[in-house]
Write a protein that binds this ligand. Structure first.
Ligand SMILES: *Cc1c(COP(=O)(O)O)cnc(C)c1O
Length: 423
């Protein structure tokens, strides 16, 4: 299995599924269900897989924190020297609260507001990844008002097909992301003229859950063409950011490991004479995806007319990926049973037919059993909602043989604490 997947984080011991040295049965007893469980070791190993691939050269790994923004996880990564890729002012506040370094933080996203730009300028972040002319103008305006210079990089849309799910491919012409390839040079020329803008880099991000190297190499070459063209005009960049998007194994995918991906990209950078520029990567899913599982309990086993359902206490509001993308996620019984498996759909209690976590799995399940949805560390809790007035799950971080609650389960009262009725 590819390194960086953190797959060793969850393994059976005497039949019981464990996270590192802690049994998931124990976690359920202590913290209840549904609960997200993360492995410190898996997160750190996944980060190291990136960090080790760039040692000895100017480089920065910026964890794309939208994948999982729990403060404890951000803090672990900050302690390892990771930078951060943020997409909102809220995420910047989390970086600061978690002890992350704003000077290692880049701000991505198509719709930054003036308030967010101001917040980021005051925090003196490393750079804004620009996505349009109006955004450039907005940043210039805010920077002028604050008497600062904003460092910017242009997010180029390299128009390569990453062959992934349409909702998570971002580098094609029809996407809302990035600046069209042909518009890039004019945008740089404009930026270079502005008094409160300092052009420092270029970046791209072509999609998510990418399992091949070729699209990255193609995108890298397209980006390097622009770096060369800019250099000929006297616009010299300090860094090149190749984005994130490396896939993980959910089922039978065989993504390259970070070292292989980075080596392929760096080979292009070096071959084209840009080896002294800082290279950056923005991994999200591949840092935390396989380091997390959603622990849930079977409430009811319902034998329907055509199908059997294991109705569990986690639902689409806790883990949206199956409902949103039709994603396949591995569901494992926490304790292995000897009973004959039946074919079941694992579904939640939410009033939507789209509320399912897994379909047509062979599982020996009974009411009261614990199940673990693996590969749930990325875009799991981060996308959770309160639909159906369901409090969001607890989050537990396992470190060897100890477990730490890193987010308490929400209470129902908290859900409507900010609401009011008419007088
Ligand atoms: C989401 C995102 C990432 C991370 O993508 P993953 O697939 O989780 O690695 C990186 N950069 C940008 C700009 C993003 O929007």
């Amino acid at each position: 299995m590819s390194s960086g997947s953190g797959s060793a984080a969850f393994a059976r011991r005497d039949g019981a599924l464990c996270c590192e040295d802690v049994s998931l049965v124990e976690i359920a007893q202590r913290f209840g269900t549904p609960t997200y469980v993360y492995s410190r070791r898996a997160i750190e190993r996944a980060y190291e897989a990136y960090a080790n691939a760039i040692t000895g050269r100017p480089a920065l790994i910026c964890y794309a924190m939208k994948a999982n923004s729990n403060l404890a996880i951000l803090n672990l990564l900050a302690r390892q020297g990771s930078g951060f890729d943020i997409v909102s002012g809220g995420e910047l506040a989390r970086v600061l609260a978690a002890g992350g370094d704003p000077h290692r933080t880049v701000f991505s996203g198509v719709g930054k507001s003036e308030a967010e730009i101001e917040q980021a300028l005051r925090a003196d972040i490393l750079c804004f990844n620009l996505e349009s002319v109006p955004e450039l103008q907005m940043i210039e305006r805010v920077a002028a008002r604050l008497g600062r210079r904003a460092r910017v990089s242009v997010r180029v849309n390299p128009d390569v097909d990453p062959s992934t799910h349409p909702y998570i491919s971002t580098g094609l012409k029809g996407n809302k992301f990035g600046v069209a390839y042909a518009d890039t040079l004019p945008l740089y020329r404009r930026a270079a003229q502005m008094a409160h803008i300092e052009v420092v880099g270029i970046d791209c991000h072509i999609g998510s859950q990418i399992t091949a190297i070729a699209p990255y190499v193609d995108a890298a070459d397209r980006v390097l063409d622009l770096v060369d063209a800019l250099g000929r005009e006297g616009i010299h960049l300090l860094h090149i950011d190749f984005g994130g998007g490396l896939g993980i194994r959910y089922r039978d995918e065989t993504p390259p490991d970070p070292a292989t991906l980075i080596a392929a990209v760096l080979a292009r950078v070096d071959a084209r004479g840009h080896g002294r520029k800082t290279v950056m990567f923005e991994p999200g899913r591949s840092i935390v995806g396989n380091a997390g599982a959603l622990l849930t309990r079977v409430n009811i086993v319902k034998h329907g007319e055509q199908k059997n359902f294991a109705i569990v206490d986690a639902a689409m509001n806790d883990l949206l990926r199956p409902a949103l993308y039709g994603a396949w996620m591995d569901v494992q019984p926490v304790a292995q049973r000897t009973a004959t498996p039946i074919t079941v759909d694992v579904v939640g209690p939410v009033c939507e037919s789209g509320d399912w976590l897994a379909r047509e799995r062979e599982l020996a399940v009974e009411a009261g059993d614990l199940l673990a949805v693996l590969g749930a560390g990325a875009y799991g809790m981060a996308m959770a909602s309160n639909y159906n007035s369901r409090p969001r799950a607890a989050e537990v971080l396992v470190d060897g043989s100890s477990m730490h609650c890193v987010r308490q389960r929400e209470t129902v009262e908290e859900l409507f604490a900010r609401e009011a009725v008419l007088p």
